[in-house]
Design a protein around this ligand. Sequence first.
Ligand SMILES: [Ca+2]
Length: 360
Amino acid sequence: MNIRFCSILLLVLTGLMHMACQEKKPAQSTADQPTPVASLAKTTYNLGDTILVQLSRSITRPKVTVDGADSPIFQQSEKSLAVGYSDGKTGLHQLVVSGLTSGSASFSDTLNVEMWSDVVPVNVAYTVLKTYPHRETSFTQGLEFYKGVLYESTGLNGQSNVMQIDVQTGSVRKSVPLANQYFGEGITIVNNKIYQLTWTSGICFRYNLDFSLDKTFTYHTQGWGLTHRDTTLILSDGSNKLFFLSPDFQSLGEVNVYDNKGPIMNLNELEYVNGYVFANVWQTNRIVQIDLKTGKVVGNLNMESILPTSIDTKENVLNGIAFQPTENAFYITGKKWPTLFKLRIKPAEKERAKDVIAFR
Ligand SMILES: [Ca+2]
């Protein structure tokens, strides 16, 4: 036996003894946190994509559920499962992958996946029909027509109001101020009641049409934009969620807003029209057209061409969207903008018409 062989033998024996000693140690951390069998190479997908689950070992009798419902497994190999998810809901979902590993040990791993929209939004074209003056002192937070009359809410502490506006002149017909501690946000009008949000106070003020205070409500999110569908209020809070509320502010659910590239954060002033919500994305020149049933963005309006050049529109962002149904026109303005724009959306190309709003 030469010295080199002895050295190698010694190393091997030392290694084996070390391994043996390690095995004798209580493997507490490993026992408490078994190595997951299933994992995800990526956690975001577009709806309709196949979700690829990676397997750290071969398994039998695989089962996958998404939010508790069985999901089809299209393909299985030693190292992966291809899973379908097609119920049409964007947002965060929980995948549970279970089965048997060799030796018939059962496992169950929980994975989180975020589904983005499968719709590529179209660029929605529009034409400016007319312009009107807008008060440059108005820090616009909400805009809505009710029975042909334009209402506007403004923000900033000490400068927050609900106002009835003369469209032709931009002058205020009547108004009601908020107390200095409140920062006004979105408004909407349902059944002759005007709802005005506040930014961080968690209080919604409800007025009668004569601007007398009717009632207040509380809510637990920030208040950004407000609109309604029938009698359901729709509220944004600066996230990618739209919240549905009853007329007395009871929660009726929510929808997550996504396009094909991810969640659309900073949803701000809102306007509901024919099944869609139009929302401006804070600090951008973009209005998104959201299918309210699914939360998918189906259209983008680029508002670059109407931004006033006389003011800093990075600070004084677009923030007023109102639809006038009898004119089939949108009225758009922004914080301290000198102009109120009357727009009409152009009909979409024929082949895409089914995807976008059907205007006359
Ligand atoms: Ca509005």
